[in-house]
Design a protein around this ligand. Structure first.
Ligand SMILES: Nc1ncnc2c1ncn2[C@@H]1O[C@H](COP(=O)(O)OP(=O)(O)OP(=O)(O)O)[C@@H](O)[C@H]1O
Length: 265
């Protein structure tokens, strides 16, 4: 049996606590409380919940931007801290992160060419001819034209910038992507295009997604399964169709009832 794309066991993150510089007690926030989750290969697991429920902290721990207080994470069957110890190359080739604000996530001083070239050079170790050929494939995959390459991130709309950020994630050839509110900053019409693109890319490149969102309409459009987070805990996990038709937990019922665009069957 092949290992799951992501396996999280008893993951906890506490911010603050202890004493500050002058001995004052620091307020403790349990952002993520003993969360256990798995994302199967080829699956899109959405993590939903209101602002402050701990979704981003969970995603940030997965990609090494926050250190867990306790618990374990396995990525593609490998222990995440072991992978990180092997260095950014091993880690970046396993899992990539797509941020909510695409323009802010792209280095403003680099051209799109350099932004897309870096993972192929640094993570995959490809020589120039192979990188050139792959560059064209990446542009095709996210439906951007060749003249994109000489331009800078601020010259693009949010939707185009998110396509570039997705291409950068693809450039590393990681099969697992953590997408943290990837369409929340985009207009609704552009959201639909980017969601369709993400769905196509997943099928084409056999990707697995952990998709963070507070927007149930978006989640319904993209996910196979949904995990609902409330105050740092996962309170319910179910296949998307079942969760929307028959939410079980009181908080999920409230969430579904307050989402006007959900097509309840
Ligand atoms: N670096 C930090 N230091 C202290 N507290 C933090 C930090 N990061 C997050 N928190 C707290 O942890 C809790 C969970 O935050 P998190 O950003 O993970 O939630 P979220 O569900 O992603 O919300 P949002 O959608 O608003 O980003 C919140 O109470 C937040 O204030």
């Amino acid at each position: 049996m092949t290992a799951a794309a992501i396996e999280i066991l008893g993951l906890t993150k506490t911010f603050g606590g202890g004493r500050g510089l002058f001995g004052q007690a620091r307020h403790e926030v349990k952002a993520v409380r003993s969360v256990s989750l798995a994302v199967a290969r080829g699956e899109t697991l959405a993590v939903v919940g209101e602002s402050g429920s701990g979704k981003s902290t969970l995603a940030r721990m997965l990609v090494g931007l926050e250190t867990p207080t306790s618990g374990t994470m396995r990525i593609g069957g490998r222990d995440a801290s072991e992978l990180r110890r092997e260095g950014p190359r091993a880690f970046g080739k396993m899992i990539q992160y797509v941020f909510q604000d695409p323009v802010a996530s792209l280095n403003p001083r680099k051209t799109i060419h350099d932004i897309l070239d870096a993972p192929m050079r640094l993570l995959c170790g490809y020589e120039a001819p192979r990188r050139r050929a792959r560059m064209q494939e990446l542009l095709d995959a996210v439906e951007l034209s060749q003249d994109t390459l000489s331009r800078y991130p601020h010259e693009f709309s949010g939707g185009q910038a998110q396509r570039i950020a997705i291409a950068r994630a693809l450039a590393a050839e990681a099969e697992i992507m953590v997408l943290d509110e990837p369409v929340s900053a985009l207009d609704v019409s552009v959201q639909a295009q980017v969601l369709l693109l993400l769905r196509d890319l997943k099928a084409r490149f056999d990707l697995s997604y952990l998709f963070i969102s507070h927007d149930l309409a978006v989640v319904e459009a993209i996910s196979d399964r949904v995990a609902v987070m409330y105050l740092g805990e996962v309170v319910e996990t179910a296949p998307a169709s079942r969760l929307f038709a028959h939410p079980e937990h009181a908080y999920t019922r409230q969430l579904v009832a307050s989402a006007p665009r959900i097509s309840r069957k």
